[in-house]
Design a protein around this ligand. Structure first.
Ligand code: AMP
Length: 114
């Protein structure tokens, strides 16, 4: 996997507002928030997208979702609800080639997405 902006965030070479971090994952605020609360959850392991995971990654993916839920609760999103989305490839609208879950909340979301 090639170097991305998220690799630099993981190495603390560029700043980010980190909401959660452990040995496996990091959650940080999106720099261009699309909702009152918008953060990203990424694995530290370099995985391009959900399209490139293997069976060995199943535990990591469960952990990513657990962290998304934990931080969403801490951010006060439980009552109103929120959205978790991961974009995959060009049709999916992925701009950073490092797997990430967006967690968006604090306003009603429309469906279908654009
Ligand atoms: P995607 O388009 O699904 O690949 O999402 C990439 C996300 O990364 C976008 O929502 C960007 O705003 C966000 N992003 C890009 N650079 C940074 C950064 N330096 N810090 C935090 N979020 C970033």
């Amino acid at each position: 996997m090639s170097e991305t902006i998220f690799s630099k965030i993981l190495r603390k070479e560029i700043p980010a507002t980190v909401l959660y971090e452990d040995d496996l994952v990091m959650a940080f605020q999106d720099i261009h928030p699309q909702a009152p609360v918008h953060f990203l959850v990424i694995p530290k392991q370099p995985i391009v997208s959900l399209d490139s995971i293997s069976g060995d990654d199943r535990g990591l993916l469960g952990h990513l979702q657990w962290v998304a839920s934990k931080v969403a609760r801490e951010q006060g999103l439980s009552e109103g609800g929120y959205r978790v989305v991961t974009n995959i490839g060009s049709h999916g609208g992925q701009s950073v080639s490092h797997l990430h879950y967006h967690v968006l909340g604090g306003r009603p979301m429309a469906w279908p997405p654009g």
